[in-house]
Design a binder for this molecule. Structure first.
Ligand code: BGC
Length: 896
């Protein structure tokens, strides 16, 4: 069987809708039966004609056969790609015996619109908040937080004949839904997503060929405030308008006819606008929808829009943001969970449980009279008395209101808000009972493709894995947020860097994080990176702005490095390199003695740790050492030899200073905390004998804490990996399997379906933690997920051949788990590992993708007895080529 190229990706996406660079990069994975399969050559074919490309003819580019084993991120080198083009591509590969594959299935990509091809004008609606509390007649304004009614836009235009191709380019400052002739375009939710709107906004591209016809057509849109001018971040309820005062829309429809001519319909002063049924919408507060205000046919040709206002043109001040093609998968509605009725409260509200803490909204089905009001309050938890627990939501109201039209069965889902919740309390009209309404939980998140799967013989660990995945889903909402429920929901940098290795196993986050790194770069000033990306303009005016804290600002270096390791993408390092060097310069300039005590801004330390606190100077200096070490490697990858030598020297100087200031001859580190030892060991700040001593102290601190963890956001990620590295794998498993406070298992024993922000978010003794900061859906402590894949299952990447060209297979078997089965779809192909205890023996089946090799490390105490059915002697570390193997292992009493 020949090798086959599958899973075609361009710029980390299955189908990019617009390019921001004229030289897109192509990648594929390989499949092929048997063992030791290798690619010895490839050929990429690109053209506008799908059938020709499928047949191996590329009018734009035919790379010809290139002798190479590369499959990742190969740059386009054909004819210049024009704006507004859809092109197809396909790959042919040659295997180890020079046998050629057929052409792969074709994939598409859109080039998008060049800046100079935008003709559309930004449009907006004049609407002022009425003064006082009484809204003028017919004005649907009635909320204390002064959220605007959504803006409805329409434009009718004639087309002489049916186009052969219709492509819509659209975006908003706000959040929008777009429609052509009454039909919703695409399935994106909360588009265009969040960026620093002062700098850039992403546009979306849709093929609407099937929706446009000859004659009269209508292009229409609904626009809400969203991140642009609604309430975001740690905001008070009335403080919206962080980027601008009112939402604006930009749309451009390209119609190509059979004779090759192209006409454009775009937003301009001729468009009309009105408000309609969305009385207001806000990401944090909720949405109110009055179905009686629907204007039937508003988005169809022939609608009488005489009563609608003319739009205003938006004079961008000082200038309009840059229009970038979308770099990541859109937010979509991805899971539906049937809710279970729990009880009716004294207030008359009916409480439903969707069974899982999600981010999203409720799909409500009612049969009601015109004017009947349904109010939905969303919470993560119930109080011990079974009441909705709202204290931890801060100022986020998370409340939706639906007013029925009385037309029979009505289905309502809010458009421009999302809530973090498991329980919903619904107040309906008098006489409405739980059987009269349908309630489903709709989980929404950025549609990053599922990459990993993990299961083992321990139910609690499986629930932990599920909780980690759900916290990732619930917080990957265009940007990686800290939490989905309270008035925060910000892209805190440290949370991302500690969780990124885990996130990358669960889902393909290459595109998502590449885009977010652009947000991070957009926060950079002369003073370094912000702690939150996208940054919020008002932050800049705070006395101590959240900017450049150790572990937070440093994420700007850690994150691209982790993306490079996982996906082999060197360009992300190159693109951000200059600003990373600047960041290193700044820290060094302020800390000439190589202890990081200055320029530490908000200095959060090992955030939310419990037990003894790790001295901040230890944490900060350790992190500086870590990023100096990473910069050494990054400069090495990029071939910058002088920088490499410089950062290596910086790292040595920091290590020296760290040891002299914080480590005694017995390897005891200032603070004597788990996190102090974890960071020093993992970041290479203690070596040789000193490292052995520090390792013993680490184990001691865990023993002294009764075998419990005490780590905060920064320390927790290193716990199980470092314990495994120093030969204390048993301690790592003990922490994993613990279910008394504090542990991951503790939250699970108390019903958690997501990862809590705090170890003590709720305890028997104290009940709920301080409501000021007590999210039940924060992924940082879920960073143990990377260890489930990398050490429990034993699937990891290697620095020497990044992108999983070489797989490090290094499991740690444990009888209490019994078995473990995991798979990971890397960009090079699918890897799997499955081990089972059978009496004294372990069967371990691994699959290594074609064109890849595995560096297999047998854990101490075991040896290989058989490979497949034949007895075999293997050293404790050996290499395997691609294919499926079953190794049988037994205890090794000789010990290695
Ligand atoms: C956020 C954290 C964040 C921290 C910074 C909190 O409010 O929820 O996730 O990293 O602030 O200290």
């Amino acid at each position: 069987m020949t090798l086959r190229a599958v899973d075609l990706r361009c710029e980390h996406l299955a189908e990019p809708r617009g390019l921001n660079d004229g030289q897109p990069r192509f990648s594929w994975a390989l499949e092929g039966e048997g063992r030791d399969r290798r690619q010895t050559g490839y050929r990429i074919v690109v053209g506008a004609d799908a059938a020709a490309v499928a047949a191996g003819r590329g009018a734009l580019w035919d790379s010809g056969r290139v002798a190479s084993s590369e499959t990742l991120l190969i740059p386009y080198a054909g004819e210049r790609l024009a704006s507004d083009q859809c092109v197809h591509w396909s790959v042919q590969v040659w295997d180890e015996s020079a046998a050629a594959s057929p052409m792969s299935e074709t994939a598409r990509l859109w080039t998008g619109l060049a800046a100079s091809d935008w003709k559309a004008k930004w449009i907006t609606r004049y609407w002022v908040h009425p003064d006082g509390l009484q809204p003028p007649a017919n004005t649907p304004y009635d909320n204390p937080w002064r959220a605007r009614p959504a803006d409805y836009y329409r434009h009718e235009f004639d087309v002489a004949q049916r186009p052969v191709r219709a492509t819509l380019y659209v975006t908003a400052l706000g959040v929008y839904e777009v429609r052509v002739n009454g039909r919703r375009v695409g399935d994106e939710h909360l588009a265009p997503g969040w960026t620093d709107y002062h700098t850039r906004v992403e546009y979306q591209l849709h093929d609407v060929t099937d929706l446009v016809h000859g004659g009269s057509n209508v292009l229409a849109a609904i626009v809400g405030e969203g991140w642009y001018c609604g309430r975001i971040g740690m905001t008070s309820q009335k403080a919206g308008a962080h980027y601008g005062g009112r939402p604006v829309l930009l749309a451009q429809l390209h119609l190509e006819f059979a004779d090759g001519t192209v006409t454009v319909a775009a937003t301009d002063e001729r468009w009309k606008t009105s408000h309609e049924a969305i009385v207001y919408s806000d990401l944090l507060m909720g949405e109110k929808y009055d179905a009686r205000l629907e204007q039937s046919g508003w988005d169809l040709p022939g609608f009488d829009d005489g009563a609608w206002q003319r739009v205003e043109l938006w004079d961008a001040v000082p200038s309009a943001p840059r229009l970038d093609a979308s770099r990541l998968q859109p937010i979509r509605k991805l899971h539906e969970l049937q809710a279970r009725y729990l009880k009716t409260l004294g207030s008359g509200e009916m409480v439903f449980d969707v069974g899982q803490n999600i981010a999203g909204h409720v799909g409500l089905t009612v049969r009601a009279r015109s004017g009947d009001v349904f109010t939905l309050r969303h919470v993560e938890m119930l109080t011990p008395e079974g009441e909705p627990y709202t204290d931890n939501l801060g100022e986020a109201a998370q409340k939706d209101i639906y007013i029925a039209n009385g037309i029979g069965v009505e289905v309502y889902e809010p458009r421009f808000t999302y809530h973090g919740f498991r329980f919903v309390a619904i107040a309906g009209p008098a006489g409405c009972g739980p059987d009269d309404i349908g309630v489903v939980g709709v989980a929404v998140h950025s549609d990053t493709p599922v990459a990993g799967d993990f299961e083992c013989g321990n139910a609690m660990v499986n629930q932990l894995f599920s909780n980690i995945v759900w916290s990732q889903r619930d917080n990957f909402m265009s940007v990686p947020t800290d939490c989905p429920q309270r008035n925060e929901r910000l892209g805190w940098l440290a949370d991302v860097q500690v969780f990124l290795r885990t996130a990358g196993y669960n889902m393909d986050v290459a595109a998502f994080i590449t885009k977010w790194m652009v947000d991070v770069a957009d926060t950079a000033t002369e003073g370094g990176f912000a702690d939150v990306a996208p940054s919020k303009p008002v932050f800049a005016t705070l006395p101590v702005p959240p900017r450049g804290a150790p572990g937070w600002g440093d994420a700007a270096i850690i994150v691209p490095w982790l993306i490079y390791l996982r996906y082999g993408d060197r360009e992300i390092l190159e693109r951000h390199y200059a600003s990373l060097v600047r960041w290193m310069d700044l820290i060094e300039r302020h800390n000439p003695d190589y202890l990081r005590k200055n320029y530490i801004h908000r200095n959060y330390g090992d955030w939310l740790s419990i037990g003894p606190a790790t001295p901040r100077a230890v944490v900060n200096t350790a992190y500086w050492g870590h990023v100096a070490d990473l910069m050494t490697r990054i400069a090495g990858v990029l071939g910058r030899r002088t920088d490499r030598a410089r950062f290596e020297a910086t790292f040595r100087a920091i290590r020296q200073a760290f040891q002299s200031a914080f480590v005694d001859a017995e390897g005891r580190i200032s603070g004597d905390t788990q996190t102090a030892y974890l960071l020093a060991l993992d970041f290479g700040l203690v070596e040789g004998e000193l490292a052995d001593k520090a390792a013993r102290h680490l184990v001691r601190t865990i023993d002294e804490a009764g075998g419990r963890l005490q780590t905060g956001f920064l320390g927790v990620k290193h716990l199980c990996p470092v314990l495994s590295e120093i030969g204390a794998g048993k301690h790592a498993y003990a922490l994993l399997l613990e279910d008394t406070y504090p542990s991951w298992g503790f939250s699970i024993r108390h019903g958690a379906t997501t990862i809590w922000e705090r170890w003590d978010g709720w305890t028997q003794e104290r009940g709920f933690q301080s409501p000021k900061m007590n999210s039940f859906n924060h992924y940082a402590y879920g960073s143990v997920g990377e260890w489930l894949f990398s050490r429990v299952a034993g699937i990891d990447c290697c620095e020497e051949q990044p992108g999983f060209r070489k797989v490090l297979m290094r499991p740690l078997f444990h009888p209490d788990l019994g078995w473990c089965r995991a798979s990971y779809r890397s960009h090079t192909g699918k890897i799997s590992s499955h081990w089972t205890f059978r009496g004294d023996e372990i069967d371990w089946t691994v699959r290594i993708p074609a064109n890849c090799t595995a560096d297999v490390v047998i854990p101490a105490g075991y040896k290989v007895r058989r490979v497949d059915d034949a007895s075999a002697v293997r050293p404790s570390r050996f290499e395997l080529g691609s294919g499926k193997y079953t190794l049988t292992l037994c205890l090794d009493f000789t010990g290695h």
